[in-house]
Design a protein around this ligand. Structure first.
Ligand code: G1P
Ligand code: ZN
Length: 543
């Protein structure tokens, strides 16, 4: 074993909010940089002797090198055993699944989610705890604190492990088991969903296109959708994880998955389209001429959940992040169950799931999941939709329109202003906060403000309080404007503006979304001065 001295502060410049460290590959490749963060994890964990850890990533550039370093450091810290995915591959949901199934102490996930990969792209690392979910703030703060004070790290002098060979090898006193990255996850999906019904659907000639976007969902989708469910070869495209994602931007939304959306709008559209992101925790569901809004997807899954075997007993509750539309709230009300509103970020769902208060959870940012693991799960959502289609015989379009007819439609859109000047963004939020009190009761366009605040969340399980989680301007009819700064962007600041308007009139369920939201967009600009303050005429991305 070697003790190396270091002097890096890997978190410098990162905005708070991300559950791990996410930076440019060029930074991660500096001597001692990754090592600093990993040493901080081990210092936070304390005695790991005899414990099992799970390790894997989304296959992006630097994944394999990082895994070799982490294995040698784990051995130096006397970890009992590490389960690592073959080829260094494990999707984020698969890490969560493997941690839980094997009773591991925790896991290390290597991914920068949907951020671009490659030598000039991004890399990321985070720690997940024994429940399979991202470490809570108590732990991430301890890791952060260690990164600023530690002066050395411990690493074994052992050579590299062959990551492509299934089986167990030894580094010093530590076992390294290279596991099939798909097996445990696929087995779990087979228990949750009606694979027989979905197999029968494909056997009848049902057509689908799943775009793996050259990221990590490919091997999972290929094995499950084509392998286990019998969809014809070619159903899953871009299924090989590439170090630079083949130049794709693996963040499924109608902008980045434009090819898939064009296919679904064209004459040769299959019946069902889907895509996932870099680390396979996000999902996009597309019907013919219709990209399903993630907020609607959560609500529709919730309303039909008992059609899937794993959810036959019904739902304990639903949880959604604050900016996510209130479509799920209406379903929860009709089912007589609670709907929890949490800050943005999956980690806030963990306590609700662990305590049995919620079964399903979702975010507007293409994240949907349930209590089966403690991460959002892209392929799970796709399989849920396939199960709904197979069980009802209805198309994606029919399921969505019937849902709107029954519950009304929550028109919804998110406008992102990316890489804007950090100070300008902070000043805009500060100025808005100062205006909130004066907004209540004001009439604007055809709306009247019922409430304007900066969202505060009190965790119903442990009582912890999260403040400043996003500015909400809520109208008397439930329409909303929400503004917050991204915690995951890696360049300057990203301002997110979320817009929502409820419509129950059956004659007004098929409007253009941006048109339906136009009055709210105007109010948002009037109140925030977003365009003027950021110097931007248009949002960078509209979803
Ligand atoms: C974004 C999404 C958020 C999600 C997070 C991690 O965070 O908005 O819903 O949990 O990525 O996938 P943001 O950049 O908005 O802080
Ligand atoms: Zn992701």
């Amino acid at each position: 074993m070697t003790i190396q001295t270091i002097a890096t502060t890997p978190f410098a410049g990162q905005r708070p909010g991300t559950s791990g460290l996410r930076k440019k590959v060029t930074e991660f490749r500096q001597a001692g940089y990754l090592e600093n963060f990993v040493e901080a994890i081990f210092l936070t964990l304390g005695d790991c002797s005899g414990q099992t850890l799970v390790l894997g990533g989304d296959g992006r550039f630097f994944n394999r090198a990082a895994i070799q370093t982490i294995l040698r450091m784990a051995a130096a810290h006397k970890v009992g055993k590490v389960l690592v995915g073959r080829g260094g591959i494990l999707s984020t949901p698969a890490v969560s699944c493997v941690i839980r199934k094997h009773g591991a102490h925790g896991g290390i996930v290597l991914s920068a989610s949907h951020n671009p990969g490659g030598p000039d792209g991004d890399f990321g690392i985070k720690y997940n705890i024994a429940n399979g979910g991202p470490a809570p703030e108590k732990i991430t703060e301890a890791i952060h604190a260690h990164t600023t004070t530690l002066a050395e790290y411990h690493i074994s002098d052992a050579g590299p492990v062959d990551l492509d060979q299934l089986g167990t090898v030894q580094i010093e006193g530590m076992q390294v088991e290279v596991i099939d990255p798909v097996a445990d996850y696929a087995e779990m999906m087979g228990r949750l969903f009606d694979f027989d019904a979905i197999r029968a659907l494909f056997a009848r000639g049902f057509t689908m296109r799943f775009d793996g976007m050259s990221a990590v969902s490919g091997p999972y989708a290929k094995a499950i959708i084509e392998g286990m469910l019998g969809a014809p070869a070619g159903t899953v495209i871009n299924f090989e994880p590439l170090e630079d994602f083949g130049g794709h931007h693996p963040d499924p939304n109608p902008v980045n998955a434009a090819e898939l959306v064009a296919l679904m709008n064209g004459p040769d559209a299959p019946e069902f389209g889907a895509a996932s992101d870099g680390d396979a925790d996000r999902n996009m569901i597309v019907g013919r001429n219709l990209a399903v809004s993630p907020s609607d997807s959560l609500a529709i899954i919730a309303a039909n959940a008992t059609l899937a075997p794993g959810y036959r007993a019904g739902l304990k509750g639903i949880a959604r992040s604050m900016p996510t539309s209130q479509a799920a709230d209406r379903v929860a009300a009709s089912l007589g169950i609670s709907c929890f509103e949490t800050p943005t970020g999956w980690k806030y769902f963990g306590n609700l799931l662990d305590a049995g208060l919620a079964t399903l959870c979702g975010e507007e940012s293409y994240g949907t999941g349930s209590d089966h693991i403690r991460e959002k799960d892209g392929l799970w959502a796709v399989l849920f939709w396939l199960n709904l289609v197979a069980a009802t015989g209805k198309s994606v379009n029919q399921l969505v329109h019937e849902h709107w007819a029954r519950f009304g439609r929550n028109y919804y859109s998110r406008h992102d202003y990316e890489a804007v000047d950090s100070d300008a963004a902070d000043q805009m939020m500060q100025a808005l906060r100062g205006k909130l009190e004066g907004l209540a009761g004001q009439a604007m366009e055809n709306f009247r403000v019922r409430q304007a605040d900066d969202f505060v969340y009190t965790d119903p399980v442990d009582g912890s309080v999260a403040t400043r989680q996003g500015i909400r301007i809520i109208m008397t009819d439930g329409s909303r404007i929400v503004l917050r700064l991204s915690g995951t962007g890696t360049e300057g600041a990203t301002v997110r503006l979320y817009l929502e308007r409820y419509e129950a009139d059956p004659a007004r369920l098929d409007m253009d979304t941006q048109e339906a939201l136009a009055p709210l967009i105007a109010i948002a600009e009037q109140v925030s001065g977003l365009k003027q303050r950021t110097g931007r005429q248009e949002p960078s991305v509209v979803t």
